[in-house]
Design a protein around this ligand. Structure first.
Ligand SMILES: Nc1ncnc2c1ncn2[C@@H]1O[C@H](COP(=O)(O)OP(=O)(O)OP(=O)(O)O)[C@@H](O)[C@H]1O
Length: 241
């Protein structure tokens, strides 16, 4: 079942009386429970696409349909954007501040603290945890909200290589366990192949290729199959318009 459909979505920015075309005729259907990675060169329109889907930016033309119509959307950015005056658990619970059933809130936060291996840091403040933990907390906040779709814009981009590799592995575990629909933007081809069931290659504001990744998790970057898909993605990026 499709949770998200984009028909001919375009975006033009006005920059100092000059029109900048960021997206041109994007057509995309995302099924429930899919992990889709978006990859492409800097400036190809990945962030703009996510921001339009999130409703943070207006499209210039085209149609976006959600199923359910009032789909809940969770967002994770490159920086964790936590509230420094709240503990890890309260940052996560913040997504549920309107929820009257406090038992449900506690059970949900406990569940994701465990899933994200943050139980021992539940009472810590953002200044007392590492970058990786902070990004896990941001992911936990998005998961607690129980969104229909999670949009992630370079969420691991600011982390060191080891923390990034650990979180990539954990993300696929969380994806398998939480059964969420995830749209994940990256400029890292390996990350796109490690994580995505489907890779959307963007170039010049358009979708220039799509690949299915028929590999089980966890994926082995040194495998022949991984290498083949990686080569196809790289070729698609090099051939972009
Ligand atoms: N607020 C804005 N005003 C004017 N132009 C913008 C604005 N935001 C983005 N653009 C332009 O739209 C195009 C797409 O930008 P976008 O940030 O979506 O690309 P991206 O693929 O996410 O790049 P990166 O990987 O570097 O983050 C670029 O040409 C950019 O300069």
């Amino acid at each position: 079942m499709a949770v998200l459909t984009l028909n001919n979505v375009s975006k033009t920015y006005l920059l100092e009386n000059r029109q900048v075309s960021a997206l041109t005729n994007i057509n995309l259907t995302v099924d429930s429970g899919q992990f889709v990675t978006f990859v492409g060169r800097s400036g190809c329109g990945k962030t703009t696409l996510l921001r339009i889907i999130a409703g943070l930016e207006q499209k210039t033309c085209g149609q976006i349909t959600f199923q359910p119509t009032e789909a809940k959307i969770g967002l994770v950015f490159q920086e964790p954007r936590l509230m420094p005056w709240l503990t890890v658990e309260n940052n996560m619970a913040f997504a549920l501040q309107q929820e009257p059933d406090r038992e449900y809130v506690k059970a949900t936060v406990d569940h994701y603290l465990k899933l994200l291996r943050l139980e021992d840091f539940r009472h810590a403040y953002p200044s007392e945890i590492s970058g990786g933990m902070a990004q896990r907390t941001a992911l936990g906040r998005a998961l607690c909200y129980n969104p229909d779709i999670i949009l992630m814009d370079e969420p691991l981009g600011a982390l060191d290589a080891f923390t990034r590799a650990t979180l990539q592995k954990e993300l696929t575990q969380i994806f398998q366990e939480a059964h969420k629909t995830i749209l994940f933007v990256t400029h890292d081809v390996d990350e796109a192949v490690l994580l995505g069931e489907r890779i959307v290659v963007m170039g010049g504001g358009q979708i220039c290729n799509e690949l299915a990744v028929p590999l089980t998790y966890p994926r082995i970057a040194a495998s022949k199959e991984f290498y083949n898909i990686r080569s196809q993605v790289l070729a698609a990026i090099m051939e972009e318009p």
